[in-house]
Design a protein around this ligand. Structure first.
Ligand SMILES: *Cc1c(COP(=O)(O)O)cnc(C)c1O
Length: 396
């Protein structure tokens, strides 16, 4: 197994154990220079010429290819842009059009709310009896009735880290005649994904989590290569047009995955993300997965030994778990604030989940042990039991 630890590639404040790369990855050391160069050498000097001269217009496909290599997507099947919520809507809108005689979008109650909200918005817009149906995660396979047009799921549960069986569910959906959309928000950059091998029609994901692209980094969308020239983009923006600079009055979808572009790409964010993605160029996702599991197992073992107040909320079997470990604790919000005040950074998810993400690119065994010591101190001495830790901030 090749070493995946590359702490020197990231800037992490001295003394901090960062267990929140699953919400916002830390900044890669290469990013500030890259963004500065894009600003000073490109934007400042080239101005409008940058779109051609600096290759800005090609970045959504070029960076898409870098993302694609980590999820088993062939060249030309992934494009960057917008935010994940928008990409969810875009995939859903294209998918329902592929099954015009069916009216149901099936998802699960473990999905991230924004995905469900976007589906709600779409069915409201479509009218005509379209509906979103959500069932418990373990009931998805049994809920595939012949009215289901689209199955939309997030592979790794954002709260508990529980994983769906991507291959089995995709097969069940397609055997049922439904179109499959996978949200890879907590998979991409964290676990090996074989999206082409899964045969799913669509996948979407974000890049500010495990890929460390920075706050507001663009999302990605994958369309199975055999469908890319057939899908109808509902968000038919000019940069998804075949010839945007013909300024045609009517929309003609672009070639292949390009049609999933919408409007002007965020070039500064794209530059930051491109620099961040270079870290993945020589990382084997199976090695990364093995290292992540080793850290998670160490964490579970040490917490269960030293901090019995916490109850494991994640699947115990590592093969059913993504790259995070979550615990239930009644005063989880305050406890997490107390940890954050002591530079052990995780996050809280209502109602009672303390969530810790593991990224072996910049975390090692010592970091895990250090975090467990602080958690034990906070829990054994009730250090969380202070007013200042109980007031909810806008972002938890
Ligand atoms: C993080 C996350 C999102 C966030 O969507 P944005 O539009 O990027 O804010 C959406 N869905 C899932 C499953 C997520 O984990």
């Amino acid at each position: 197994m090749a070493e995946v630890l590359r702490k020197e590639a990231f800037i992490i404040p001295e003394g901090m154990v960062y267990l929140d790369g699953n919400s916002l990855g830390p900044m890669p050391r290469s990013v500030p220079d890259r963004v500065a160069r894009t600003m000073t050498d490109e934007w400042a000097q080239m101005l409008i010429k940058g779109w051609n001269k600096a290759g800005w217009m090609a970045l959504p496909e070029e960076v898409g290819a870098m993302v694609g290599r980590t999820i088993g997507a062939p060249e030309g099947s992934v494009v960057m842009g917008d935010t994940l919520s928008i990409k969810v809507f875009q995939a859903l809108a294209s998918a329902v059009k592929m099954r015009p005689d069916r009216r149901v979008i099936l998802s699960d109650t473990g999905n991230f709310p924004s995905d469900l909200y976007m589906a709600e918005g779409l069915v409201g817009l479509l009218g005509q009896g379209y509906a979103l149906r959500t069932v418990a995660p373990e009931d998805v396979a049994g809920a595939m009735t012949d009215d289901v047009a689209v199955v939309m799921l997030t592979e790794v549960d954002y709260r508990t880290g529980r994983m769906h069986d991507m291959q089995a569910i995709t097969k069940a959906a397609q055997d049922n005649g439904s179109v499959m959309i996978w949200d890879l928000a907590h998979s991409a950059g964290a676990i090996p994904v074989d999206i082409l091998g899964s045969n799913a029609e669509f996948a979407v994901g974000c890049t500010y989590k495990y890929f460390n692209g920075g706050p507001g980094a663009p999302a990605f969308i994958y369309v199975r290569p055999d469908l890319a020239d057939a899908v109808e983009p509902a968000l038919s923006g000019w940069l998804g047009h075949r010839q945007p600079f013909d300024f045609d009055l009517n929309y003609t979808p672009g070639n292949g995955i390009e049609r999933m572009r919408v409007g002007t790409p965020p070039i500064l964010q794209m530059a930051a993300l491109e620099a961040a993605m270079e870290i993945y160029a020589d990382v084997d996702m199976h090695d990364l997965r093995a290292a992540s599991i080793a850290l998670q197992e160490q964490f579970i073992e040490e917490i269960e030994r030293d901090v019995p107040q916490l109850t494991l909320a994640s699947p115990r079997d590592s093969k059913n778990r993504g790259s995070q470990v979550s615990w239930r604790f009644e005063h989880g919000y305050a406890a997490m604030q107390a940890l954050i005040a002591r530079d052990v950074i995780g996050d809280f998810r209502a109602p009672d989940i303390m969530r810790f993400g593991f990224t072996p690119l910049y975390l090692d065994r010592n970091d895990v042990s250090r975090a467990v010591k602080v958690i034990a101190d906070v829990m054994h001495n009730d250090l969380w039991d202070r007013e200042e830790y109980k007031t909810r901030a806008r972002v938890t």
